[in-house]
Design a protein around this ligand. Structure first.
Ligand SMILES: Nc1ncnc2c1ncn2[C@@H]1O[C@H](COP(=O)(O)OP(=O)(O)O)[C@@H](O)[C@H]1O
Ligand SMILES: [Mg+2]
Length: 345
């Protein structure tokens, strides 16, 4: 069992868990805006990891628009996450769906997931416990757009969640707003209602008349009142270490947009968002999604596939069986091609 930091809840509605890194990696993918490529990137990283010999479980946790199964060519999943959350099925392991790749399984989201707008605290804890017990090396959660509480809480199931963004201003604003919501959700509920610190956080911080106060500035004000509390908040902030993936880049120079977003997040939210890398805009991605196939399988040599391998290289993931170095993507490409045989009948 990983040693979790369970941040105390002032009201019993929220999940505040920032897990430590363990052998089993839970990776969450979010980003604020719809259409930035969260599903495409989650699915393809999952397939690439499975090709590298890891046991991977993809979880479609997009309650508003579950569609991960379509990329994996599964037309109508018989059981979905909502069956587990609504307790029609007791064990999360019982809703795992097989894919043609032996190492890759899916927990699908269903069309009735929208009804799960506010999952009760107990159900989130139950989901987390069951996720921890699944047999896998990697569990990847594809999250929905927006900043609703479920998405924020699922995001912090990993303290190094991935933010998927595009160079467009709206995507960057939404990614920033998403991270700001994560920060406030984590720190607000550390303090009980009616306390001075809580007032400062909500009124002076988030709902400041002139916009939100930069978190470092808010921390200074809290420090003047109670240095223990500001210390506590700093500790929480230092645990959030999201990584940024810029998707759909049309020019390499657009990577600057990612670095700029990372800089703003550091300056105004006091959170270190590290820029991981990019996936270029590539028509093969759309072509493969029309064919309901992950692009790393359909077009293993295309630019976007190379970018996925390169992201994995930057994450220091090595082939589990030691057959090749991921940084030399040509070898990985060859194994992906072999994997493809299982997908086409
Ligand atoms: N790198 C890319 N190049 C071109 N099209 C992309 C890329 N990434 C995603 N897309 C396309 O963008 C659309 C939205 O992607 P999707 O993964 O569904 O986004 P999200 O899950 O964030 O809503 C899809 O049509 C997908 O094929
Ligand atoms: Mg999606």
């Amino acid at each position: 069992m990983p040693e979790n930091i369970q941040i105390s809840c002032a009201d019993q509605e929220i999940l505040y868990i920032l897990p430590e890194e363990t052998n089993k990696k839970v990776w969450t993918f979010a980003g604020g805006k719809g259409g930035t490529g969260k599903t495409a990137i989650t699915a393809n990283i999952g397939v690439a990891l499975a090709t590298m010999g890891y046991r991977v479980i993809l979880v479609d946790a997009d309650l508003g628009g579950a569609n991960l199964h379509t990329i994996l060519n599964i037309k109508r999943p018989k059981v979905t996450l909502s069956d587990f959350i609504n307790r029609r099925i007791n064990n999360l392991g019982d809703i795992l769906l097989n894919t043609p790749s032996e190492n890759l399984r899916l927990i699908s989201g269903g069309s009735d997931m929208v009804g799960l707008a506010n999952i009760p605290y107990q159900s989130k804890i139950r989901l987390q416990r069951h996720l921890e017990n699944l047999e896998a090396d990697y569990i990847l959660l594809d999250l929905g757009a927006g900043t609703n509480f479920n998405t924020l809480d699922f995001f912090v199931l990993s303290n190094k969640g991935f933010v998927v963004c595009n160079p467009e201003p709206t995507a960057k604003i939404n990614a920033y707003t998403f991270l700001k919501s994560v920060v406030y959700r984590l720190i607000e509920h550390e303090f009980k209602r009616g306390t001075l610190i809580k007032e400062l956080i909500v009124k002076e911080g988030r709902n400041n008349k002139r916009g939100s106060l930069p978190i470092p500035e808010l921390l200074k004000r809290i420090h003047d009142v109670d240095s223990d509390s500001s210390g506590k908040i700093k500790k929480i902030l230092s645990k959030i270490q999201p990584r940024l993936i810029m998707n759909k880049l049309r020019r390499f120079s657009q990577e600057r947009e990612g670095l700029q977003l990372a800089g703003l997040t550091d300056k105004y939210l006091g959170v270190s968002l590290s820029y991981l890398g990019m996936v270029r805009d590539d028509s093969h991605v759309v072509d493969s999604s029309e064919l309901m196939m992950p692009f790393v399988l359909q077009f293993p040599g295309c630019g976007a596939s190379k970018d996925i391998y390169s992201l994995l290289g930057k994450l220091d993931v090595e082939d589990k069986l030691g057959r090749f170095a991921v940084k030399r993507s040509s070898r990985l490409k060859r194994y992906v091609k072999t994997e493809r045989r299982y997908w086409y009948h």
